[in-house]
Ligand binder design. Structure first.
Ligand code: GLN
Length: 244
């Protein structure tokens, strides 16, 4: 009888292990897939460091994730409206943002950089005077340009704000703007793959975190726990090596 019960409980447990993942909640991850190597489109798929990292975290916590490509500026409103559950988009942890969303522990550090067109004879002076700049709307690069160059009057030319960095870089290549201000690791990647050069680094000491809706403690804890496990298992190092 005892043996019978034992076998029965083993069968029930095995069934549970097979069935439970099928019922695991699927979390929608919002990302602006124009930020290589963190998130970008390759052969029609959203790929990148953030994508692999969130997948590894999800696996370690037994949750499922699906990705949605959304403009950077719509990510926080999406979290607040409940149309997405997680932001994984190279998002810098800032005081302003932390008032409206909750961030995980930091997972990557960055600064701002200035990109100009290769062979165009421009340098860091594109930040001053009558030059034209492009940024991505709502990014820390956008805010830095506004606070330090526009409000101070150091820059007199126009600043064009794009929905995606892909469009900002395109405008730079077309010669419509003189420079683009964006995060250093992404500037380096664009410079490696396009005729653009990084002519300056602006030390802003930013740190990226994943974001969830304000007060979603359960999900935040899962992400933080997963992040720790991914670091401890060596998976984080593997991903850093793969993408940087
Ligand atoms: N790290 C920058 C920010 O948070 C840019 C992020 C991005 O464009 N994906 O604003």
């Amino acid at each position: 009888m005892k043996k019978c019960l034992f076998y029965l409980s083993v069968i029930v447990m095995a069934l549970f292990m097979v069935v439970a993942p099928a019922f695991a909640k699927t979390y929608i991850v919002g990302t602006s897939a124009d930020f290589p190597p963190f998130e970008y489109i390759e052969k029609g798929q959203i790929v990148g460091f953030d994508i692999d990292l969130i997948k590894a975290i999800a696996e370690s916590q037994g949750i499922k994730v699906e990705f949605q490509d959304i403009s950077f500026d719509s990510l926080i409103p999406g979290l607040n409206a409940g149309t997405i559950d997680i932001v994984a988009s190279g998002m810098t942890i800032t005081e302003e943002r932390a008032k409206v969303v909750d961030f995980t522990e930091p997972y990557y550090s960055a600064n701002q950089a200035v990109l100009v067109k290769e062979g165009g004879g421009k340098n860091v002076t594109v930040l001053f005077g009558d030059h034209k700049l492009a940024v991505q709307t709502g990014t820390t690069g956008d805010l830095w340009v506004e606070e330090n160059l526009e409000k101070t009057g150091i820059l007199k030319g126009k600043v064009t704000r794009f929905d995606t960095f892909v469009l900002a870089i395109q405008d730079l290549l077309n010669g419509n703007v003189d420079g683009v201000v964006l995060d250093t690791p992404v500037a380096q990647r664009y410079a490696a793959e396009n005729p653009v050069v990084m002519v300056a680094e602006i030390i802003t000491g930013e740190e990226y975190g994943f974001a969830v809706a304000k007060g979603n403690k359960e999900l935040l804890e899962k992400l933080n726990k997963g992040l720790e496990e991914v670091k401890a298992s060596g998976k984080m190092d593997e991903l850093l090596k793969k993408y940087f």
